[in-house]
Design a protein around this ligand. Structure first.
Ligand SMILES: *Cc1c(COP(=O)(O)O)cnc(C)c1O
Length: 374
């Protein structure tokens, strides 16, 4: 069993993916070729955002958003400590200070009720993460940002395809950033990402920043990066987009199947009634995670931990944490989650038989964990 079966997906999509890639090989416009523009149009249309600007990765999307907003050294950006490293990393790389706010343990997303206490005169933006595929509580976050004149950057790397009150994740804030890393809900065959915005000025800034800050060829008005999406990756995404809605349905079916099988055994993931999830991960919490992981592996079921260390406890943020007085215990919900979460195999081509195997392996693992050791 695979944790995410990308080969099963390719077998399903082979004809259209191959044809799309072959078209790029035939026209030879590998950098910013016509597929890139076509993809941006399709993604903007899908999310309802006025602008979609593709880029080389989800990480670059976050950096481009921060650069476009002219986040400066010394500025503070509020985010959750329970996320993939890139969220905090790009805030720091832009020269700003990541300021962590604990999560709501029900959804694993930043707790809006705790944001205002973290705002200072140096705060410029809030960067909520829509973790595991479920949008953060964006209306509350946007209202706080409006009151304090802050920008909001949604890290929608895991939530492309999800809805929040009927609106699309990625198009819920000043700038939304997503990732097309192969294992994300919409993945390419390499690295890729995108920014979404309804602001013309920010869109222009991102378009220029991803291409060395050029407003026209060899005329540089900003310090940017080489952050363009490869045309071949855009071609792959155009083929995958054709089945993306079917895949989202299949992911939801996989999640529903797990939740039905695991009900009563563990707490199953909670999705707010006004949201849908893109189910980047199906993540539960267990006691004695190490032993459960080992037992599952022995039973042939791959699992993963997203993420084992809260960002304020990462070695590189030691100095930052010391300056803010953050220690173990400062973000209890984030730390508890990082010690207990376990993600189960999740992809659109999973069979009901595989879900049964996962569930049986988990039950056995939890049972042997609960027995007193001999
Ligand atoms: C994957 C991910 C990123 C980074 O995306 P890449 O495309 O791998 O650079 C950023 N934030 C979160 C929450 C992610 O899951």
């Amino acid at each position: 069993m695979e944790f995410i079966d990308l080969k099963a997906q390719y077998r399903h999509l082979k004809a259209s993916v191959d044809a799309r890639i072959q078209a790029v090989l035939d026209h030879g416009q590998y950098i910013l070729g016509p597929e890139v523009r076509e993809l941006e149009e399709r993604l903007a249309e899908r999310t309802g955002a006025k602008h979609c600007i593709t880029c080389a990765s989800g990480t670059d999307a976050l950096l481009l958003a921060l650069l476009a907003l002219e986040i400066q050294p010394g500025n503070e950006v509020i985010t959750a400590p329970f996320t993939f490293f890139a969220t905090g990393e790009m805030i720091a790389l832009a020269g700003a200070v990541p300021v962590f706010v604990d999560i709501d343990p029900a959804t694993y997303n930043i707790d809006p009720a705790k944001i205002e206490a973290a705002i200072t005169p140096r705060t410029r933006a809030i960067m909520p993460v829509s973790l595991y595929g479920q949008p953060a509580e964006m209306d509350s976050i946007n209202a706080i940002a409006d009151r304090h004149k802050l920008a909001v950057i949604e890290d929608a790397a895991q939530s492309f395809g999800a809805l929040y009150k009927g609106r699309h994740s990625g198009n819920l804030s000043t700038i939304g950033c997503t990732s097309f890393f192969p294992s994300k809900p919409l993945g390419c065959y390499g690295d890729g990402g995108a920014c979404f915005t309804n602001d013309d000025g920010l869109a222009t800034a991102i378009i220029e920043l991803r291409n060395h800050g050029q407003d026209r060829r060899y005329h540089h008005t900003r310090i940017g990066i080489n952050g363009r999406m490869d045309t071949i990756q855009a071609a792959v995404l155009l083929a995958k987009l054709e089945v993306f809605d079917d895949e989202l349905l299949a992911r939801n079916e996989t999640a529903d199947r797990y939740s039905a099988l695991l009900k009563g055994l563990i707490e199953t993931p909670k999705i707010a009634t006004h949201s849908t999830s893109a189910w980047a991960q199906y993540t539960i919490e267990v006691d004695g995670r190490g032993a459960v992981e080992d037992a599952m592996r022995t039973a042939g079921v791959p699992t993963a931990v997203h993420y084992p260390t809260s960002l304020h406890l990462q070695p590189v943020f030691e100095k930052l944490s010391r300056a803010h007085g953050w220690t173990e215990g400062s973000f209890p919900h984030s730390e508890r989650a990082s010690a207990r979460v376990l993600s189960l195999p999740m992809h659109p081509y999973q069979t009901p038989a595989d879900a049964n195997l996962v569930s049986a392996a988990l039950q056995a693992a939890l049972r042997s964990n609960a027995e007193p050791s001999k």
